[in-house]
Design a binder for this molecule. Structure first.
Ligand SMILES: Cc1cc2nc3c(=O)[nH]c(=O)nc-3n(C[C@H](O)[C@H](O)[C@H](O)COP(=O)(O)OP(=O)(O)OC[C@H]3O[C@@H](n4cnc5c(N)ncnc54)[C@H](O)[C@@H]3O)c2cc1C
Length: 788
């Protein structure tokens, strides 16, 4: 095959199937609307997005004043610990539609205030607020508790960060004995509302229940209305109603409330019919009668679950549409029964589900929903795919970076050990993980393939899509933005550079750009290209041999699992802004940084993921576990920032050079073992000057070297490992290109071997027996690279 000769200024770049010239390296300066597509239309959420806490009742009033209908959702706590992770995943999906708040029910029998029980109402509400970042209201009943106990519940809610309470009386369990006297309720919701006001003044938004048909225990509908008025007068700022089946019932109720001077928002509680038996049971428990016409409609389809659900959806949409259109309801409060499908469809049909809410920051902030985190607007980039973990590890912070990450002295990240007790950890079932990551692993190539499949979202050999990796909490594949550098990332992973985080460079994209935009409309967004990856110690040593040539344009940080290698050209405590935006009438925002100190905290977590989320899937002492354990023990974690966001990014070009150089270093080591001197003399000889001869000679040396090593008793596994370490590079293409440019093997070895004098890197040989077994024969120690 004819090869085009490259000039000295041309470099190899990883695009397409092989190596191309640098001028075709795709970088991502902002290029108009080229990545906008018809289905990625942005629907803006109301602006400004505040970085000040906004009380729920104020938010509701603002939305009502805006005239934009909205929705909220009720959930009950999942019953089992296993259900908790699924619950939060589901809530994340609901959150995409933009609920104004969610509320969590409180059930006497389920120990609802116990914060050490992951399924308690209080734990779940805390999770919704902190990890799903949605404004959360906790139901609280008072019927069974003394006043002091209720006050304790309120204190706890405050400590968790909750600021909205649905104050309820609740019900006592039904009397079992026939002779037992009629239940006497010591306290009512009205008492609780007064206690809240007394103890906390305006700290909490207080909501109360309303009964459009009157509470079953009320002496009369009128008495019930007056009691509701008393609750509002005592401090309730919102009313959420009991479910009802007919629009006119709610319309009349609102009218009656307004007539007696109730002015607070009245939000209709809507329960779509999801099953024939279930709706009958719920109606009975709530003391409601299902209208005859609905029962008649349901009768012929009552055994067909799908038909009942569909009927429920249609009826619900019809009723809600009427209430929203005639403005008797400002919004819809759905009793979800923790189900997703129907509820989402109903909200979509009503046009309440935000199509694609605009990103307020490149990562999802808590915004006005959280009393403490509302000001937070800067985070290290490392956790961008693990936001819940970041929130967990910073949960004890009293204050969050605002405006700047600052000259961080020592950010105190919470202990990772607790994380494994944490109910939000890995949500993917073991069998699903195995289907994605491989039932068995033979070699590093199998690992590479998992990364490649994750980036491409092509099904693996078992026909399964890799929708998540241990370093990502989401299960929906790569972020849309990542698709801009898909090809390069695939290339990296195919070559043993295992990518865990990245962003393309962006130079002034409009803030409403569907892929890379964020922040206030009319602004411009900027990003420095960033890549974070695991690579073998040999590759990282090679990288360190060349990386200083790119300083100060490139900032790097290389670290290993034990921390014995920790090498960077950044200021030790100075963060680098890697994402920023310029917006009308505002200061420059810089929401994402690369911070060397935080990288060390992240490093522990990133390495832990190999073992906890991957190696542990396989039996102890299995080869598969050994493959992952080896990566964990021997690979280095590397981050690279290309500071020149105005020029085409060079990170991938540097990595291509690293691979080429490494291939040469590798070859020289083989040569060393085969009396290098003799060979190099031959290479230099007249006969081998032509390109074709050189290629043939390299092929010959490789074959010879491997064969000889085999004869020397190095087992096939080790040889396999040698090949794996060099990856596809050893298929010679890069090597040949480089050699055709500048073939001075002695110089090449020195370049590749001797670390840059400015580098502070220290490399210690791994003491782990396991890693030795799997490691290639040559070590990472400097001396091994030095030409004898
Ligand atoms: C939106 C909503 C959410 C709910 N969430 C939960 C939950 O999480 N957990 C749970 O256990 N239950 C929940 N319930 C059910 C609720 O606890 C029961 O309906 C209970 O029977 C009444 O509680 P309440 O707070 O509405 O009571 P209250 O509002 O205190 O009173 C109930 C009724 O008693 C009557 N009453 C009391 N005092 C007077 C008076 N002086 N004059 C006239 N009438 C009076 C009124 O008819 C009044 O409506 C919820 C109900 C609604 C509507």
């Amino acid at each position: 095959m004819e090869k085009e000769k490259m000039t000295n200024t041309e470099h190899l770049s990883p695009v397409g199937n092989g190596m191309k010239k640098i001028d075709s390296l795709s970088t991502i300066p902002y290029c108009g609307n080229s990545h906008a597509s018809s289905d990625s239309e942005v629907e803006t959420s109301p602006w400004p997005i505040r970085n000040q806490y906004e009380a729920l009742h104020e938010k509701v009033n603002r939305r009502i004043a805006d005239g934009t209908p909205f929705f909220s959702l009720e959930f009950f706590p999942p019953r089992t610990a296993n259900g908790v992770a699924n619950f939060f995943t589901r809530l994340d999906r609901f959150n995409e539609g933009g609920p104004v708040f969610v509320d969590i029910t409180w059930h006497l029998g389920s120990d609802p205030s116990n914060m050490s029980k992951e399924t308690s109402s209080s734990s779940i509400a805390a999770g919704c607020l902190n990890y799903c970042r949605v404004d959360t209201m906790l139901h609280m009943t008072c019927v069974q508790y003394a006043k002091e106990q209720t006050l304790k519940h309120l204190e706890q809610a405050k400590a968790i960060g909750l600021r909205s309470i649905l104050a309820l009386r609740g019900d006592l369990p039904p009397e079992t004995s026939e002779e037992s006297p009629k239940t006497v309720y010591q306290y009512r919701a009205l008492d609780m509302i007064r206690w809240i006001k007394e103890a906390h003044n305006d700290y909490f938004t207080i909501a109360c229940s309303g009964y459009p048909l009157g509470h079953p225990e009320a002496p009369s509908y009128r008495a019930d209305l007056m009691y509701l008025k008393a609750k509002v007068d005592a401090g309730a700022q919102l009313i959420i109603t009991q479910l009802f089946f007919e629009a006119e019932v709610f319309e009349q109720f609102v009218k009656d409330c307004r007539e007696i001077g109730i002015t607070v928002p009245i939000i209709p509680g809507i329960m779509p019919i999801m099953g024939y038996d279930s709706i009958r049971r719920i109606a009975k428990l709530s003391g409601l009668t299902i209208p005859e016409n609905i029962l008649a409609d349901l009768e012929p389809i009552k055994h067909d679950d799908d038909a009942v659900r569909n009927y429920g959806k249609v009826k619900c949409v019809e009723m809600c549409r009427r209430l929203l259109q005639n403005k008797s309801a400002p919004s819809i409060h759905l009793y979800t029964m923790n189900r997703e499908g129907n509820c989402r469809e109903i909200l979509q049909e009503l046009g309440l589900w935000l199509k694609r809410p605009m990103r307020t920051l490149p990562w999802e902030p808590h915004g006005a929903n959280h009393p403490i985190r509302c000001k937070e607007d800067v985070r290290p980039i490392f956790w961008s795919a693990r936001p819940k973990s970041y929130i967990y590890r910073t949960r004890d912070w009293d204050d969050f970076p605002n405006g700047r990450w600052g000259n961080s002295s020592s950010p105190a990240f919470g202990d990772l050990a607790d994380y494994y007790l944490f109910h939000l950890k890995s949500q993917t079932a073991k069998e699903d993980q195995l289907a994605m990551y491989g039932e068995t692993l033979q070699s590093i190539e199998d690992v590479q393939n998992v990364f490649v499949n994750y980036i491409t979202q092509e099904p693996n050999t078992k026909g399964v899509k890799v929708t998540t990796l241990p370093w990502t909490e989401s299960e929906s594949g790569v972020q849309p933005e990542t698709k801009l550098i898909n090809e390069q990332l695939v290339w990296c992973n195919q070559h043993g550079i295992l990518t865990v985080n990245s962003q393309p460079s962006v130079n002034g994209a409009p803030s409403q750009d569907p892929l890379v935009g964020w922040g206030k409309p009319g602004g411009y967004c900027y990003q420095k290209a960033y890549l974070e990856c695991f690579m073998s110690a040999e590759l990282s040593a090679t990288l360190l041999g060349i990386i200083e040539e790119y300083s100060p344009r490139i900032n790097y940080h290389v670290i290993n699992q034990s921390g014995t290698i920790d090498c960077s050209n950044s200021e030790p405590t100075t963060p680098i802004a890697v994402t920023w935006g310029v917006f009308p009438g505002a200061e420059i925002a810089q929401p994402t940084v690369v911070d060397p100190l935080s990288f060390r905290a992240w490093k522990t977590e990133a390495y832990e993921m190999w073992l906890n989320q991957w190696a542990n899937l396989y039996p102890r002492d299995s080869a598969s576990r050994g493959v992952i354990q080896n990566v964990h023990d021997t690979f280095h974690l590397v981050n690279l920032v290309d500071n020149d966001f105005q020029k085409p990014a060079i990170i991938f070009e540097i990595l291509a050079r690293m691979l080429s150089k490494f291939a040469i270093v590798f070859l020289t080591i083989l040569l060393t073992q085969q009396q290098v001197q003799g060979f190099t003399e031959q290479i230099k000889s007249e006969k081998l000057q032509s390109l074709q001869f050189r290629f043939q000679f390299i092929d010959y040396i490789m074959e010879e070297s491997l064969a000889k090593m085999k004869n020397q008793g190095i087992d096939t596994d080790e040889l396999e490992m040698l090949k794996q370490v060099t990856g596809t590079v050893m298929k010679f293409q890069a090597l040949r290109d480089e050699l055709s440019e500048n073939f001075d093997i002695c110089q090449v070895m020195k370049d590749g071997a001797i670390l840059h004098p400015n580098s502070t890197m220290s490399i210690k040989k791994s003491k782990s027996k396991k890693s030795k077994k799997h490691s290639p024969r040559f070590s990472t120690e400097k001396s091994n690279y030095v030409f004898p």
